[in-house]
Write a protein that binds this ligand. Structure first.
Ligand code: AG3
Length: 284
């Protein structure tokens, strides 16, 4: 929604709140077979991608999300060679994954090719690694992909999805996690964006239960800021085939690439659990 003064607003009806950005121009609007995609030029956040009215990516703050959806899990895994990004069509997660020299193969499985094609035009900085020989971009249903994949064929699965409604709904259920569990090799880890700890604590709590019922031995949530998403505070949740908590700290300290948010201290701090989120939760 854009008001006459040029403010884009995403309203959170369940939480009596909203987030707005001042828009300079609407650059693109398109209904794909899956969703409505809009691209705006904003006053201070650079370009903004909106899907079905929900903010997805801005130039200004996407580094927080993309670094946190990739580096913690890749330094938690002892030897991440094969990585899948499910969703993530803007290619921001794929780019961060490919910064790790130990990654030999990174497959992005995005259902809506238009997200990637528009990212290539409007978010070229996120797409700089798309031609990396280790990268493969597929435009198919991620649920079908994990169903068809061979057991033990991947080390890390990153679920970089939209909210759990519409095309992404099936990425938050036990059947999907069960297939992911089967596809992960020993020591394998799945990480999924898990919404706002303040607004969606019930979802995070349920996710832990669902992941464990699907077979995962250990689950952990970590936290980071993301000002364009509901409440400005976001989370990712890891599910380990084996116990989590491993951290290749020396490798993270000597990482051969620059980051703007992630570092060793952030890695450790991100897993600290606020009092009100200690499980089991008293969810209101
Ligand atoms: N994925 C998480 C988007 C959730 C935003 N929700 C909202 N605005 N209501 C973003 C994809 C980045 N690669």
């Amino acid at each position: 929604m854009i008001d006459p003064a040029g403010w884009f607003t995403e309203i959170y009806p369940r939480h009596g709140s909203a987030f707005s950005l001042r828009i300079k121009a609407r650059l693109h609007e398109e209904q794909t077979p899956f969703q409505k995609i809009e691209i705006f030029d904003t006053e201070w956040f650079g370009k903004l991608m909106v899907i079905d009215g929900c903010t997805m990516v801005s130039d200004r703050d996407n580094f927080l999300y993309h670094e946190m959806m990739t580096h913690p899990v890749l330094y938690a895994h002892p030897h991440p060679r094969r990585v899948w990004v499910i969703g993530g069509g803007d290619c921001g997660s794929l780019k961060e994954v490919l910064r790790h020299p130990e990654v030999e193969q990174a497959v992005q499985i995005e259902i809506d090719e238009r997200v990637t094609r528009l990212a290539e035009i409007h978010f070229p900085d996120l797409c700089t690694s798309n031609a990396d020989p280790r990268a493969e971009l597929l435009f198919i249903d991620g649920i079908q992909w994990v169903r068809d994949a061979a057991p033990g064929s991947v080390d890390v699965i990153i679920v970089d999805s939209t909210d759990p409604v519409g095309p992404a709904e099936g990425l938050f259920n036990e059947a999907f996690y069960r297939e992911c569990f089967r596809c992960l090799d020993q020591g394998g880890i799945l990480v999924q964006q898990s919404e706002s700890p303040l607004f969606h604590a019930d979802l995070i709590e349920a996710m832990h239960g669902t992941m464990r019922r699907a077979g995962f031995a250990d689950t952990r949530t970590f936290y980071f800021p993301q000002c364009i998403y509901p409440s400005g505070w976001w989370s990712g949740t890891m599910a380990g085939k084996d116990a989590l908590g491993g951290f290749r700290e020396a490798a993270a300290l000597a990482k051969p690439f620059a980051t703007r948010y992630y570092n060793v201290d952030i890695h450790k701090a991100a897993f600290a659990t606020p009092e009100f989120l200690r499980r089991p939760l008293a969810v209101d």
